[in-house]
Structure formats: structure tokens, C-alpha cells
Design a protein around this ligand. Structure first.
Ligand code: PGA
Length: 276
């Protein structure tokens, strides 16, 4: 795993957006795995800016979102369909038939989940999966104890996740207990995983995922087994990393050509060969 510590959310977000831009410019028909939550909002703003001001083209991309609440329609203000439209998709030139978000209203969840997996395979697999991390180490909505080999399926949220996500719902409305989420195994098949975490509240989860044991009790820890996982954190989220100085040292001493590569369109391909 490449662990990149940036001074703050702004610089971490900018680097994350640059990595995604590099992929999109190299492979205009790339398949992106997208995430919701607070963490990627600033990154999506930056991608929208790149689209408007620098001609970043979304017209050939395909996207698959990680998860959705069961029982929420695409129009519900707290649905992840709505979140994606508001925070990214309605602002860029993406084709609607290439957007995939789990259907929280499906009447046959197991069949829907199998079809979702099949659609990812049919699209050629996910090139880059964007991820946030929950305070308990979840990725997607794969709560602790999720099988590390799991596929897209229904999950039950923990009380803590329900409480953490209440902020996206009106006070009188309850967070749904059930969700459809890509599995940990599904996420692990993405060619690149890019996990962003900012703020002190994420420090414990970040340390557990990057330096703790690989365990279903911290599903994100499986990324230690991923051949090309990039973790971008700010100083606050890095504050419990025991080897933070080493990660800073590695990044500061990257051979110049690797830093230059990061600015170039072929960054993703070269990066995976050179830094693992
Ligand atoms: P957040 O959520 O980005 O809103 O902190 C991350 C997550 O729960 O996966």
C-alpha cells in the first residue's frame, strides 16, 4: 500500500483528483468505482472544475457506485442516487446509461446483486475504486465481520453507522437499517483502490487498516493485500500511524521520475509498476 500523508484535506483532495484525472485522460473509457459520504465531496468538486475549465471528458466513462440504502428511491433526498447526481453526475458530460448505482427499491435483491456483479464484469472490471473509510474500518457498507471475500449483497448497518449517517437525513426520519453494497471481494478486484481519509476522527481506523492485522473486524485492512492500493490522508488522519515518518520519507524521496510520472496521463500504469 502506498501511504501518502498530505498537510490537509485540500492538498489530499487535489492529489486524489489528479490521480483520477490521469486515469481518465489515459483511458477515456475507464470504469470508475465511486463512493458517497463527506470524504469525496471536495474531490468531486475538483473533477467538475476540471471538466468545466480543463476539458476533462466523462462521455466515455462507466461508473459503478459502492452502495445504496434499501427502501430509498432514486429521488429520495438522502439516497445515494441523489447524492451522486447533486455532487458529480449532473455537472459532467457522463452518459446516463453508463451510470450504475445499486437500486434500493429492487423487489429481488439477490438477483439484483448478481446482475450488478455481472455488469461490472461485462464493463471490463473497475479500473479505479474510490473509497472512504468508516470509523469502524468499513469500506462500502461492509461492516466489521463482513466476509473479506464477499460480493454485492444486502447488509445490515451497525448502530454506530446508523448514528453517523443520521446527519444526511431529516431529524424525524430514520436511517434505513439495510443497504445493498459491493462486497469486500468485489472492491478488491478493482485494478486500483484509492482510499481517502481526513480528520482526527478517522485516525484510529486508518492506523488499524494500514498497520493492524488483516481482519474482518476492520474490513479496510484487506487493502494490505491489494497490489495497487493508495491511501491519501491528512496529518490529522495520519496521527496514529506508527510509521508516519517512514511514509513521509518514502514520498519525499521518490525518485524524481516517479513524481513527474504522477503529473502525466500514464501515471496509473507506471505508478503501479514502480512503487509497490
Ligand atoms: P464519510 O464516510 O466520508 O462520510 O466520513 C465514510 C464511510 O463511512 O465510508
Amino acid at each position: 500500500m502506498e501511504i501518502i500523508i498530505q498537510p490537509d484535506l485540500h492538498s489530499g483532495t487535489e492529489l486524489g483528483a489528479r490521480i483520477m484525472e490521469a486515469l481518465i485522460r489515459t483511458k477515456p473509457n475507464a470504469v470508475l468505482g465511486l463512493a458517497t459520504g463527506s470524504t469525496p465531496v471536495a474531490l468531486y468538486c475538483e473533477l467538475i472544475r476540471m471538466h468545466r475549465e480543463e476539458g476533462l471528458d466523462f462521455s466515455q466513462l462507466t461508473t459503478f457506485n459502492l452502495d445504496e440504502y434499501v427502501g430509498l428511491s432514486a429521488k429520495h433526498p438522502a439516497s445515494y442516487h441523489r447524492f451522486m447526481q447533486e455532487n458529480l453526475l449532473s455537472h459532467v458530460n457522463i452518459r446516463h446509461d453508463r451510470i450504475h448505482i445499486p437500486d434500493g427499491m429492487t423487489e429481488d435483491i439477490p438477483t439484483f446483486c448478481r446482475d450488478y456483479e455481472a455488469a461490472i464484469v461485462k464493463a471490463g472490471g473497475i479500473d479505479l475504486q474510490l473509497l472512504g473509510i468508516g470509523h469502524d474500518g468499513h469500506i462500502g457498507f461492509n461492516e466489521p465481520s463482513s466476509s473479506l471475500g464477499s460480493r454485492t449483497r444486502i447488509k445490515t448497518l451497525t448502530e454506530n453507522t446508523v448514528a453517523a449517517n443520521q446527519r444526511f437525513f431529516s431529524s424525524e426520519e430514520k436511517v434505513p437499517l439495510h443497504v445493498i453494497t459491493m462486497g469486500v471481494g468485489t472492491i478488491m478486484e478493482a485494478r486500483t483502490c484509492l482510499l481517502l481519509a481526513f480528520g482526527k476522527g478517522k485516525a484510529e481506523a486508518v492506523a488499524a487498516m494500514a498497520e493492524g492485522p488483516i481482519t474482518a473486524m476492520c474490513p479496510a485492512s484487506i487493502l494490505q493485500m491489494h497490489p495497487h492500493a493508495i491511501l491519501i490522508v491528512d496529518e490529522a488522519a495520519a496521527s496514529q500511524l506508527k510509521r508516519a515518518d517512514y511514509y513521509r520519507h518514502v514520498y519525499a524521496n521518490k525518485p524524481p521520475f516517479q513524481h513527474r510520472e504522477m503529473q502525466k496521463p500514464n501515471f496509473i500504469a507506471s505508478h503501479s509498476e514502480l512503487t509497490q
